[in-house]
Design a protein around this ligand. Structure first.
Ligand SMILES: *[C@@H]1O[C@H](CO)[C@@H](O)[C@H](O)[C@H]1NC(C)=O
Ligand SMILES: *[C@@H]1O[C@H](CO)[C@@H](O)[C@H](O)[C@H]1NC(C)=O
Ligand SMILES: *[C@@H]1O[C@H](CO)[C@@H](O)[C@H](O)[C@H]1NC(C)=O
Ligand SMILES: *[C@@H]1O[C@H](CO)[C@@H](O)[C@H](O)[C@H]1NC(C)=O
Length: 381
């Protein structure tokens, strides 16, 4: 108390009354952030410190933050999806996401990353990121399913993981998504997002909204919404090793799929479901009229864009530009389909910054595949 008082006093003398208001506001905002932080962070049964120094709390699965959401008051926890996931093992280098097996949360609890005040500030900075494809500062290169051939109930694929150079206040994301209308959307993939994490390494992330990011939705577990069901793999997991251009490729097999009975949207990583977004969170996402695969970048309007994907343009060589391989979609038929050329559009808002190519079915290893990305730079013109 005393220190703050003296500090304020000094400012009165040195800087005039204006700055005192500044300090008071900061204190008020600080208290508000602390209040939000306490709301989000729940009592835990066990705490784990990861090898990166993050703190993960194991929280009663029925008391996790999602259930604070007013729209989830009467939500009944779903522990498993009503669909089967088949996995294909192959020779690509795999790595372990999330907690090490021997660190998994005890039965009946789920890992929730402890939210810091910095996280809340970081998320607030990013509200300008919207679905509108012509926002200055935001750019994309993507393959999207033709709306008229839907509705769609899921998308999946194996995504190469990179660590493009991203500065503070920039984001570079490689992601798949489902979307309905221009308000409801779920994304799932990896991103580099220094204002959110405080560093420029690569993280597995998801993001959702029901109003085109105006008031609702957020990254990962920054706000109530996502229901975590897995005991060891969580959103906001840091990726230890990333791909090397022309060398070893690190992949993440990601999917978003709707539960045919509860209509929840499940996320899976490496063919393991990690949790879901309840249908009640959305204003209209009983099915998706669009979906797809690709990259997005964000920078302050007028400022240079960060690189996307590996930072290289597509060149039909899967160890160069970032790729999705073995992509498929769900459209209400029992099986999943790889999209034929007529099923998709390729789109980039600035071809001199970022490219995208759809290759169709490339055979057993690659399957239905695509590449996207580029160096970025001055992309707002
Ligand atoms: C919900 O989305 C579907 C498909 O995009 C659309 O046809 C329908 O009009 C929407 N309903 C409401 C209530 O907005
Ligand atoms: C990840 O990188 C570290 C050093 O950067 C290396 O020692 C380790 O073997 C790599 N792990 C995998 C799975 O490639
Ligand atoms: C990726 O996961 C989906 C299910 O989530 C599975 O059907 C597909 O075979 C997997 N692909 C690879 C390459 O492992
Ligand atoms: C799903 O797509 C496949 C491949 O294009 C098509 O044959 C099938 O009729 C579609 N199913 C529905 C329910 O639209």
């Amino acid at each position: 108390m005393m220190n703050i008082f003296l500090f304020v006093l000094c400012l009165v003398i040195n800087g005039g009354i204006h700055k005192v208001h500044g300090i008071q506001n900061t204190l008020k905002e600080d208290l508000e952030l602390e209040r939000q932080q306490q709301l989000i962070n729940k009592p835990h049964i066990k705490s784990i410190r990861t090898k990166f120094g993050e703190i993960i709390d194991c929280i009663d699965i029925n008391k996790q933050p999602a259930f604070d959401h007013p729209l989830l008051k009467n939500h009944k926890l779903q522990r498993k999806p009503n669909f089967k996931i088949s996995s294909v093992k192959d020779s690509t280098t795999r790595f372990i996401f999330g907690l090490k097996k021997d660190q998994y949360c005890p039965s009946g609890t789920v890992p929730i990353q402890r939210i810091t005040k910095g996280d809340l500030i970081g998320d607030k900075l990013l509200n300008s990121h919207t679905l509108t494809q012509s926002t200055p500062g935001d750019h994309f290169a993507e393959v999207s399913l033709v709306p008229g051939l839907g509705p769609y109930y899921g998308v999946s694929g194996s995504l190469s993981v990179y660590n493009p150079k991203v500065e503070k206040d920039q984001i570079s994301a490689s992601t798949l998504w489902v979307q309905n209308g221009d308000a409801n959307r779920i994304e799932f993939g990896w991103h580099v997002n220094p204002s959110l994490y405080g560093d420029d390494t690569t993280y597995i992330y998801s993001r959702w909204t029901r109003d085109n990011y105006k008031q609702t939705g957020c990254f990962n577990m920054q706000c109530p919404g996502f229901v975590q069901t897995h005991k060891g793999i969580y959103l906001g997991t840091r990726v230890d090793n990333t791909s090397i251009y022309g060398g070893t490729i690190v992949e993440a097999n990601v999917s978003i799929a709707q539960d045919p009975i509860t209509k929840s949207w499940w996320l899976s990583l490496e063919s393991t479901t990690i949790g879901y977004f309840p249908i009640a969170l959305f204003s209209n996402l009983t099915s998706a009229e669009q979906g797809g695969w690709g990259g997005r970048t964000h920078a302050p309007p007028g400022a240079p864009s960060p690189p996307m994907g590996s930072g290289y343009f597509p060149d039909d060589n899967l160890v160069h530009a970032c790729y999705f391989r073995q992509v498929s979609f769900k459209n209400g038929s029992i099986q999943d389909y790889g999209p034929e050329e007529y099923h998709v559009h390729t789109n980039t808002d600035n071809p001199s910054c970022f490219g995208v190519e759809y290759y169709g079915d490339q055979g057993r290893q690659a399957g239905y595949s695509l590449q996207f990305g580029g160096p970025g730079g001055n992309c707002d013109n």
